[in-house]
Write a protein that binds this ligand. Structure first.
Ligand code: NAD
Length: 266
């Protein structure tokens, strides 16, 4: 049976991960894409972490290489796109997975430093990677961009900076989808909900000084679908579909992967 991304070249940003017990979204996406036949460029500002992902893919028999870049720096994004095209000859898929949160709250509580950091990483980073990757897609009149947003973009949450930056990700995706549709380039979002990933579990339990097991229980209880929280593989399977030709008629979709959390209205 043909692999679902056979012959494709993908860039995944945030392809390393926060250390922890489970697999992160970016790592799971990278591993799954390689399993499905894509050659994958693993971009992370933490090179060692991206190299760990590379080693996992190599063990699986896949093709990938790690590349150090900070997506908030234009020069890094330019070099990233050029290095991918030079190494693999093309760029078919861009997954913008880098994202962050923390020290959030009301406008009174959020510092300017936090606001700028969250917007730089979550939104400016995606603008910059798209800026430098799109010309390569445009030249071949084909491409798929998958941006990792969050259901925070559309649900009530007390995290002002995180929510508004992710709402910006949805708006950026919508605009790019319309600007490039006639060129055969698709742009879609995934909005993960409560996931059992190190970014969420290890990150939040440390920041809020909550016991990990207690946090897992609390988050799982908030998910309508039996089984509790999702995981990195749930995000990865959504990204695989949207990046593949199976989704060739799908653009500007904001896909919740959240066990029904965002559907619980009223
Ligand atoms: N885990 C959840 O519950 C959840 C829910 C909704 C949305 N998300 C989104 O999922 C995405 C991340 O998921 P993950 O599990 O891969 O997170 P992760 O923290 O495990 O991995 C993110 C990677 O990005 C890298 N990174 C951070 N800033 C960078 C920068 N400026 N340039 C380059 N690399 C950088 C980090 O080094 C890290 O390896 C984010 O966009 C996040 O908002 C997660």
């Amino acid at each position: 049976m043909a692999k679902r991304l056979e012959g494709k070249v993908a860039i995944v940003t945030g392809a390393g991960q926060t250390p922890g017990d489970t697999v992160g979204n970016g790592r799971a996406i990278s591993i799954l894409f390689a399993r499905e036949g894509a050659r994958v460029m693993l971009v992370d500002r933490n090179l060692e972490s991206a190299q760990e992902t590379q080693a996992m893919i190599a063990k699986d028999g896949g093709t990938a290489f790690a590349f150090q870049a900070d997506v908030t720096i234009a020069e890094d994004c330019q070099k990233m796109a050029a290095a991918c095209a030079e190494r693999y000859g093309q760029i078919d898929i861009l997954v913008n997975n880098v994202g962050t949160g923390g020290r959030d709250g009301t406008p009174v509580q959020v510092t300017e430093e936090t606001w700028d950091r969250v917007f730089n990483i979550n939104l400016r980073g995606m603008f910059l990677t798209c800026k430098y990757v799109l010309p390569f897609m445009e030249a071949r009149e084909t491409g798929a961009i998958v941006n990792i947003s969050s259901i925070a973009a559309v649900c009530a949450t007390p995290m002002l900076a995180y929510k508004t930056s992710k709402a910006g990700v949805n708006a950026l995706t919508h605009t790019i989808a319309m600007q490039y549709a006639a060129k055969g380039i698709r742009a879609n979002c995934i909005m993960p909900g409560l996931m059992n990933t190190p970014m969420a579990i290890e990150g939040i339990s440390k920041a809020m000084k909550i016991d990990k097991e207690e946090l897992i229980k609390r988050r799982s209880k908030a998910v309508p679908l039996k089984g509790g929280m999702g995981d990195g593989w749930d995000t990865a399977y959504g990204a695989l579909f949207l990046a593949s030709d199976e989704a060739k008629f799908i653009t500007s979709v904001m896909l919740p992967i959240d066990g029904g959390q965002s559907a619980r209205i009223g």
